[in-house]
Write a protein of this length. Structure first.
Length: 724
């Protein structure tokens, strides 16, 4: 029995040791030194971080960007390795056009007995520039083909540009691609470069062998999987794959067309990989067979999950369930069902942490059917019915005695979408949307029956995507436009357009400057008078039913800003014209009378009861710098601005609504998990006013924005994926 305490103590010590091991604390070996930092000095033309990436001598990585020697092993200094690094630096510079570059010296500065920092001093010297480009072997080619080859070469090696080994190799590839895109499947190009060190110039010569013009031969589809139980391609199932590729025996050969066919196969969402390989003969023959190598993915997928929303507007818990069949009734037809049941804990929220008084159920159900190869090989027909039920919660500090309006929302969309090439996507659809209001709490009904709303509008969506990566963009741009025209039946007649542009510029390796801008214009002909002209009126013209209808349509058709994907210093829908919503403030409720929230009353005061309704003109702008930290961790600093005006075609650049902040990122297979905190810069909400309270006192239609714990003008957002 006496051994038990001792055994327990030993077991506890073992646990502590195990935890320390899991934490990964490491030490520097006796007599050695750890490298704390490596810096390239005098690097001007080339990015010093890119140069440092070529070195074998590296700094000890920091866990969470803060702690060295935790989780990661120390990088140990090695003098002989540092000497070899000097040669690596010179080699890197010469590969980028600095043939006379020298890594002059390496400084090793001791920070302590066993920690050093390393500095490598470089002398870049003058750059070597491109001069002449000569291409041999174009004789006998059609003039348009020969011209395309010359354009490809000079585009990769512009005269006066700095020499680069990558550009040199890319030029050779571009020449071959210019020929293979135009039918010459066997094209090759030999390259040679001669430098003139006296004038720091380089001349290029390319010897081209185009081979014969070719056409497609037989097309064979091969399943690369070895597991017979997962065999996918059968003779009867090849038809939709061949239809998507749209390749025909006897057509002129084109590498660009093969790329488009590969993308079309992947767009079917039934293949994890696809590769179209030309079978080239020796000696060359003009008919080139194709082998299509595919690896099928799972045709049926079940998704389960859940989530929580906790912000200035509401607290909500929900589950997620989804089913997708990529071969529904054959022909690679895609069918999916997504259900999101949830409950709102009312009125619990960030600024009002109390026991819920009511549980408001909600649900979102979406079905989708996609028919590939509709009308032509790469056009897809889609049908998307939805049924949603939800409470209309737009007030950050609601009176619990006010009614909670809910909506049953059936929606439907039918249309066509198509990808054109690698970068362009278009979708044309017709949408029908119903909004049927009801009271969530039977004991506290809305003032009077609200009108039902029916919206019907065609929609054209276009996207140009030239980003290097859609999930983690580091370079490139993205442009889109959403065009809607309501009036073919339904309650609203309007024209709505919203273009958006995003750009990404690499500042250095792991640092990206991202920018976004958007504008929106809504022109309505049969609604909107109350929002445009009478938001602050105690007795607006028109019947209560007309005002209710006006507000409802603007709410579902108008613009809003604020939230995790637009202006991160504001709650969702926080930036929008605010006004009194009569059906949220029944005259029978004593608190509404006391607060001055009844139309026509002598005590009417819009400052106590205005809520976001929506507007007719929008502009948004965001600027963000993103940093890749250690492992999957990242960070960002950002500033967002924007405005939504009540009037049509009215941009208000003095209404900045500027918020700035920072955030953290953690990368996952489905995208980065993102936490952002945005602070509203008080003098820069509306120019000429010291803070947003002064703005609201002057113009209640701006709305009173919630403050974190009723004190700090910030908003916290949490989600998956970058803001843009």
């Amino acid at each position: 029995m006496r051994l038990r305490p001792h055994a327990s103590f030993a077991h506890a010590c073992a646990c502590v040791t195990a935890l320390a091991a899991l934490a990964g604390c490491t030490s520097v070996p006796e007599g050695r030194s750890a490298v704390d930092s490596v810096r390239i000095v005098n690097a001007r033309a080339l990015d010093r971080d890119d140069v440092a990436d070529e070195l074998a001598t590296t700094a000890t990585p920091k866990f969470l960007g803060l702690f060295r020697g935790v989780v990661y092993e120390h990088s140990i200094f090695d003098a002989s390795m540092l000497q070899r690094d000097l040669a690596r630096v010179e080699r890197y510079y010469r590969g980028h056009g600095f043939f006379e570059a020298h890594a002059r010296t390496a400084r090793v500065v001791h920070e302590s007995d066993n920690h050093v920092r390393v500095e490598i001093v470089v002398d870049e010297g003058p750059p070597t520039l491109n001069r002449e480009v000569r291409i041999d072997g174009l004789e006998g080619l059609p003039p348009e083909v020969a011209d395309a080859v010359r354009v490809a070469a000079t585009g990769a090696l512009p005269r006066g540009g700095r020499f680069s080994e990558d550009a040199y190799r890319n030029a050779q590839t571009a020449i071959v691609r210019a020929l293979t895109d135009r039918g010459y499947a066997y094209a090759t190009a030999q390259a040679d470069a001669q430098s003139d060190l006296g004038v720091h110039a380089v001349d290029y010569a390319f010897a081209v062998r185009p081979g014969p013009p070719c056409v497609y031969g037989d097309i064979t589809i091969v399943d690369t999987q070895t597991d017979n139980a997962r065999k996918f391609v059968q003779p009867m199932e090849e038809a939709p794959l061949r239809r998507a590729m749209h390749l025909r025996t006897g057509k002129p050969y084109s590498a660009a067309e093969l790329d488009a066919a590969t993308q079309a196969l992947l767009d079917l969402e039934v293949l994890s990989s696809a590769q179209i390989v030309p079978v080239l003969a020796d000696p060359p023959v003009p008919v080139v067979p194709l082998t299509v190598k595919i690896e099928p993915t799972k045709l049926r997928v079940l998704r389960l999950g859940g989530g929580v929303e906790f912000d200035e507007i509401k607290t909500e818990l929900h589950a997620l369930a989804g089913w997708e069949d990529h071969d529904f009734l054959g022909d690679l037809r895609d069918f999916s069902v997504d259900l999101k049941p949830g409950v709102v804990l009312y009125p619990t929220r960030v600024n009002n942490i109390v026991t819920p008084q009511n549980f408001l159920p909600e649900e979102r159900l979406r079905l989708q059917l996609r028919q590939p190869g509709f009308l032509e090989s790469r056009t897809t027909l889609f049908v998307r019915p939805e049924l949603n039920t939800y409470p209309l919660l737009v007030v950050s500090n609601p009176d619990p005695q006010q009614p909670v309006v809910g909506y049953v929302e059936p929606k439907g969309s039918i249309g066509l979408d198509r990808r054109l090439g690698k970068h362009f996507f278009a979708s044309l659809a017709h949408n029908v949307q119903g909004e049927f209001p009801f009271s969530y709490i039977a004991s506290n009904p809305i003032r009077e029956p609200l009108p039902n709303i029916l919206l019907s509008f065609p929609q054209l969506t276009t996207v140009f995507d030239f980003r290097d990566d859609p999930v983690h963009p580091h370079a490139g741009f993205y442009a889109s436009n959403d065009l809607q025209v309501a009036g073919v039946g339904g309650s609203a007649t309007d024209f709505r357009v919203q273009p958006e542009l995003r750009g990404y510029v690499p500042l250095s390796r792991g640092v990206t400057l991202a920018a976004r801008g958007s504008m929106g214009f809504l022109f309505a002909s049969n609604y909107g008078d109350y929002v445009r002209n009478h938001l602050g009126d105690a007795s607006p013209p028109g019947s209560a039913a007309d005002i209710d209808r006006d507000i409802e349509i603007v709410f579902f058709r108008g613009f809003f800003s604020g939230g995790p994907s637009t202006n991160r210093g504001f709650p969702l829908r926080g930036i929008a014209p605010h006004g009194l919503v009569p059906f949220l403030n029944p005259g029978a409720v004593a608190s509404s009378v006391a607060n001055g929230c009844v139309f026509g009353s002598a005590s009417y005061d819009p400052t106590n009861c205005s809520v976001p309704i929506g507007g007719f003109t929008l502009w948004e702008a965001s600027l963000e710098v993103r940093f890749d930290l250690t492992g999957p961790l990242g960070a960002a600093v950002f500033c967002d601005a924007g405005d939504v005006a009540a009037q049509q075609a009215t941009l208000r650049p003095d209404h900045l609504h500027l918020s700035c902040g920072s955030g953290a990122r953690y990368d996952t297979p489905v995208g980065p998990i993102r936490l952002d905190v945005g602070y509203r810069i008080q003098p820069l909400q509306v120019i000429g006013f010291p803070d947003e309270d002064a703005v609201f006192a002057k113009d209640p239609t701006e709305g009173r924005q919630p403050k974190f714990f009723n004190t700090v003008p910030i908003a916290v957002s949490f989600g998956i994926g970058e803001a843009f």
